[in-house]
Design a protein around this ligand. Structure first.
Ligand SMILES: *[C@@H]1O[C@H](CO)[C@@H](O)[C@H](O)[C@H]1NC(C)=O
Ligand SMILES: *[C@@H]1O[C@H](CO)[C@@H](O)[C@H](O)[C@H]1NC(C)=O
Length: 642
């Protein structure tokens, strides 16, 4: 049976169960559900058994979280790691570039780091430390070392530079930053400002000639590897900040989401909930600075006590060889990575591997089908949730395309709803009393989750304005408060939940909403197109924005004007067709493989400003034609009708 959970939904019931009355109610509900699930009901409610398994598993994990919540002193993921070290010290915890590190080795190394930092940086409980490190074992033991000192870690994205880096660093209030030689240049660039602010910079290296950057490696190797006292983190409780994780927007500067210990637990349960065991080998190829790689991947593996194969970065060409070599059984995916795997040339041994589960989000149905056809029977655990959000779903039935199900227990405990949304104004539709309007079944709406004690929204560090922007009040009644997910979803009549788009990834043209991801799926079906990034651009004198796509071509292919035209016209309604195509050598991505759109939108479609080849969908010639200055002029003069 397909089973389930989701990061918040499944795990949240945990924090929920409080007084005895509530418990009793719960058991009644539960008992009712179990009884109902007997097979004759199956005929009428085919999804009920799956719903029940989901609820039961969720409750199991929920009770565990409840236990952890009450435990004094706190039982954190670090304590879970220390228990794993006791249980199986010699077991491999990390595999990295051909080297293995046992649980015990990682533990000892983290003791050394903690001691070196304690002596050098005079760190004490509660001091935030920014980690600016790539995916490597040092990331893991430095974080563990900080946790042993009771210090929250801010996980900086190692791709960001200068202003952005400074912004991320400042908003978490850290006084210390730790980096490595590979990223030293980026830190040197902002060093004057850091020094002005009295920030200490530590480098994972034996020496450094730059004033103001302190080498740390020698101090670490000389430090004792003996365990640190628990007293160092005596004041930490389940709702203190464990981490700051930056949400990678496709727009604007990143925001630091506050992640409490409770939230770390909840997210780490996702592996357990997906059926991952302690025998599994978990492949992390996503950046550790995001929740997917760090919370679901790393913390999840600690919770399970399994082995992690860590990679510096995702590589489509190395992927399956890596999996075979390391006996990987569980993989993670996000956004486009499965598409990249499907775009690789076919090989005979593609199904020869041990991967049995894939956990992630953002999978499109076309890719999913091809992925299974090519790489064999892998269970896909698609989930919907946001780092900072207070609501989530997981795909626990075999409904293709659905990210989850509306489940009344879940909804009762964590009230959420879909509200009508105005794509043009990018705000919820409100009625004459100023309240939002719930979307009807089958209609796309904005997902909002009620902010309660059970499902809190902690917000972003040092960013009141952004935090406020995510809070929505007067939703269903005056004075209520909801978390605005910024995601557009749809519930169908059988209660399946479909992810439609992110606000901003949908644009409006001729009064119709265009979901960019759907258009991209069609474009990539054209044989010459490898990847497509779809967005809307403004045209003088027109309402809304017209469709445009930046594409990359398959190796050895030219842009096929007729074939692409045929695909677009056959599969897309007129308003959704990209009228402009921009051919690029590669598409710009964020750290989590989301495509960057803002710059493209601003650059528009003016051939005298853009050097990439541009094409225009010509309805008369029935193909795409090169976008010349003449055509451009004719469009702006409205001689060509759009
Ligand atoms: C993978 O599994 C095979 C067979 O079970 C074993 O011989 C091999 O040593 C394993 N490789 C690693 C890296 O654990
Ligand atoms: C949900 O999971 C099932 C079974 O693993 C799969 O068939 C389906 O495609 C998944 N849906 C999505 C959106 O991934």
């Amino acid at each position: 049976m397909n089973f389930v959970t989701n990061r918040e939904a499944a795990l949240r019931p945990a924090c929920a169960l409080r007084p005895a009355a509530e418990m009793t109610m719960w058991f009644t509900v539960l008992a009712g559900l179990v009884v109902l699930s007997f097979s004759y009901v199956k005929a009428f409610c085919p999804h009920l058994p799956a719903d029940c398994v989901y609820i039961l598993r969720s409750l199991g994990l929920g009770f565990r979280l409840l236990k952890y919540r009450k435990r004094k002193p706190i039982y954190s993921v670090l304590d879970c790691f220390l228990d794993a070290v006791k249980r199986h010290p010699a077991k491999t915890f990390l595999h990295f570039e051909g080297r293995e590190y046992s649980y015990e080795e990682v533990d000892r190394q983290s003791n050394k780091v903690a001691r070196a930092l304690q002596a050098e940086a005079r760190l004490k409980e509660g001091d935030t430390v920014a980690l600016f490190l790539p995916n490597e074992p040092g990331f893991v033991w430095t974080w563990l070392g900080l946790a042993k000192l009771g210090c929250p870690a801010a996980l900086l994205n190692f791709n960001i530079r200068s202003k952005s880096l400074l912004h991320c660093f400042s908003c978490c209030g850290a006084k210390v930053i730790i980096t490595c030689t590979e990223l030293q240049d980026a830190v040197e660039e902002i060093l004057p400002t850091l020094r002005e602010q009295g920030i200490s910079v530590y480098l994972m290296s034996d020496k450094c000639g730059v004033q103001g950057i302190n080498p740390l490696s020698e101090k670490i190797s000389k430090a004792s590897d003996q365990p640190l006292s628990r007293d160092l983190r005596a004041n930490i409780h389940i709702r203190t900040t464990a981490l700051y994780i930056y949400t990678s927007g496709t727009t604007g500067l990143p925001k630091a989401a506050v992640v409490t210990h409770e939230r770390v637990w909840a997210a780490s349960f996702l592996q357990a909930a997906s059926g991952v065991t302690s025998e599994d080998v978990f492949y992390i190829n996503l950046p550790l600075y995001h929740s997917a790689g760090f919370l679901i991947g790393l913390c999840g593996s600690i919770e399970r006590g399994n082995t992690v194969v860590l990679r510096r970065k995702f590589s489509a060409s190395q992927f399956w060889d890596d999996c075979r070599k390391n006996n990987v059984t569980v993989m993670q995916y996000i956004g486009e990575t499965l598409r990249y795997l499907c775009n690789m040339p076919k090989k005979d041994n593609e199904k020869n591997h041990k991967v049995r589960i894939a956990i992630g989000n953002g999978l499109r149905t076309d890719v999913w089908t091809e992925f299974l056809n090519r790489f064999g029977d892998i269970k896909i655990r698609e989930l919907y949730a946001a780092t900072e959000g207070n609501i989530g779903f997981i795909n626990y039935t075999s409904k293709i395309g659905a990210v989850g199900r509306v489940n009344f227990v879940h909804r009762f405990l964590f009230p959420y709803t879909l509200i009508k949304f105005d794509i043009e104004k990018e705000e919820p539709v409100r009625n004459s009393q100023g309240l939002c309007i719930e979307a009807s079944t089958g209609e796309t709406g904005l997902l909002v989750g009620k902010i309660t004690h059970r499902s809190p929204f902690v917000g972003y560090a040092g960013n009141k304005q952004q935090t406020e922007k995510k809070r929505l009040s007067d939703v269903l009644v005056k004075g209520d408060l909801y978390f605005n997910t910024g995601d557009l979803l749809r519930f169908d009549k059988d209660n399946f939940v479909y992810f439609q788009d992110r606000v901003g990834d949908t644009f409006r043209w001729k009064g119709e909403n265009v979901a960019t991801s759907e258009v991209a799926d069609i474009l990539t079906m054209a044989h010459c197109i490898q990847e497509a990034n779809v967005y809307g651009v403004k045209v003088e004198g027109h309402e809304g924005r017209i469709g445009m796509a930046a594409v990359t071509l398959r190796e050895g292919e030219d842009f096929d004007c007729s074939d692409s035209y045929r695909h677009v016209v056959n599969y897309l309604p007129a308003y959704a067709r990209p009228r402009f195509i921009r051919v690029q050598p590669c598409l710009e991505m964020t750290g989590t493989f989301k495509m960057k759109k803002v710059k493209l939108v601003e650059e528009g479609f003016n051939p005298s400003l853009i050097t990439d080849p541009l094409f225009f969908l010509d309805l008369e010639k029935k193909k795409y034609v090169p976008l010349t200055e003449e055509i451009y002029k004719a469009i702006t003069l409205k001689e060509i009708k759009l």
